[in-house]
Write a protein that binds this ligand. Structure first.
Ligand SMILES: Cc1cc2nc3c(=O)[nH]c(=O)nc-3n(C[C@H](O)[C@H](O)[C@H](O)COP(=O)(O)OP(=O)(O)OC[C@H]3O[C@@H](n4cnc5c(N)ncnc54)[C@H](O)[C@@H]3O)c2cc1C
Length: 310
């Protein structure tokens, strides 16, 4: 048996008081600014601390959730029980020849910029993706014809049992916005990207062009999760939603963007239930009008409020 106070004290011993938050609203840690409270939010500062936290959750069989930059998740309004871990202090990025080694809490955008500074080409596609390296590996993030799979060499992970492992690109089964990590729940600690020598000006030109395209087409002025749905084979999710006349519609504070129909924005203090109800409204309408099932790209995690009160 354990009490929450015991768990808190053990987490503080591992990560330090400043890196353990109790009952922390996750709306402050997701880009869409939605989400109930985490029992414990922890920010380890070393790989050893990550492993110690994993051993602790194993010892007490605690629920455990990993959050990156929170750019592709909706946390339900009842929040998340147990430990939520974020690797936001593990942000080192280094270069070795044509390889870049990045810790998983680093922004993938920062890695892309770092590659530019070293005139290395291959990561231009990632210059506007607001995820962490860990989240980008887990999701095989991609944009404008490029994806993590094209440039990844290998990753270092901690398994859910607390073992360190190296996984080569092929071990990760990187597919369209997915990887084997969604099943194993390994924790990515660092990634090694294999890039190629390029010309600074050309790399910069490509990144500027992609940034321009992104800023002109996406509603970046509002909190969102990016594309809510995966691209259904043979269609574009945004076009189906647009042709269903759903832009500007939504539930509560959530709304299908008028700028890009594939985005649902948090327009006015939306709750997770508003956001999820809007997703369901979109799926239902698109299914009725076009017979297409929209599959979620975004991950919905945590408990709803009713479930929590029972
Ligand atoms: C405005 C906007 C634009 C976007 N544009 C794009 C785009 O162009 N292309 C694209 O692919 N995505 C895009 N996204 C979605 C999102 O940025 C990516 O999916 C990103 O890779 C998620 O990374 P994250 O760190 O935010 O992960 P989170 O959203 O925090 O988590 C996503 C998943 O990754 C897991 N995870 C996080 N860190 C780790 C780790 N260290 N080890 C193992 N698993 C981990 C989490 O457990 C969770 O299951 C966009 C999002 C927004 C808000």
């Amino acid at each position: 048996m354990y009490t929450n106070e015991m768990i808190y004290q053990e987490l503080v011993q591992i990560c330090g008081k400043e890196n353990v938050l109790r009952d922390e609203p996750l709306k402050y840690h997701t880009l869409v600014k939605i989400g109930g409270k985490a029992d414990f939010l922890v920010w380890p500062t070393t790989y050893e601390q990550v492993m110690e936290v994993v051993r602790l959750k194993e010892k007490y069989q605690l629920p455990f959730t990993l959050l990156g930059n929170g750019s592709n998740v909706i946390v339900r309004d009842g929040g998340i029980r147990g430990i939520v871990m974020q690797l936001k202090h593990l942000t080192e990025i280094k270069v070795e020849g044509e390889k870049i080694i990045a810790q998983s809490g680093a922004d993938i955008k920062a890695v892309s910029r770092f590659a530019l500074e070293h005139s290395l080409t291959g990561l231009e596609f990632a210059c506007g993706i607001p995820g962490s390296v860990g989240g980008a590996i887990m999701m095989n993030a991609g944009a404008y014809g490029g994806e993590v799979k094209d440039v990844l060499d290998h990753v270092k992970v901690v398994t859910q049992k607390g073992e360190l492992k190296i996984l080569r690109k092929d071990d990760l089964q990187l597919g369209y916005r997915t990887s084997i990590i969604s099943q194993t729940h390994d924790i990515v600690l660092e990634a090694v990207f294999q890039l190629k020598k390029g010309e600074y000006e050309k790399i910069k030109e490509k990144m500027d062009d992609l940034t321009f395209q992104r800023e002109s087409k996406q509603p970046l002025e509002y909190p969102s999760v990016g594309s809510v749905f995966k691209r259904p084979p043979g269609y574009f999710a945004g076009k189906l939603i647009q042709d269903s006349g759903l832009q500007g519609k939504g539930v509560g504070g959530a709304e299908v963007s008028t700028k890009h129909a594939g985005f649902i924005i948090n327009k006015n203090n939306a709750t997770a239930s508003d956001y999820i109800a809007t997703i369901e409204m979109v799926r239902k309408t698109v299914k009725e009008k076009f017979g297409v099932d929209l599959e979620l790209e975004v991950k919905i995690i945590g408990e709803d409020i009713k479930q929590q009160q029972q």
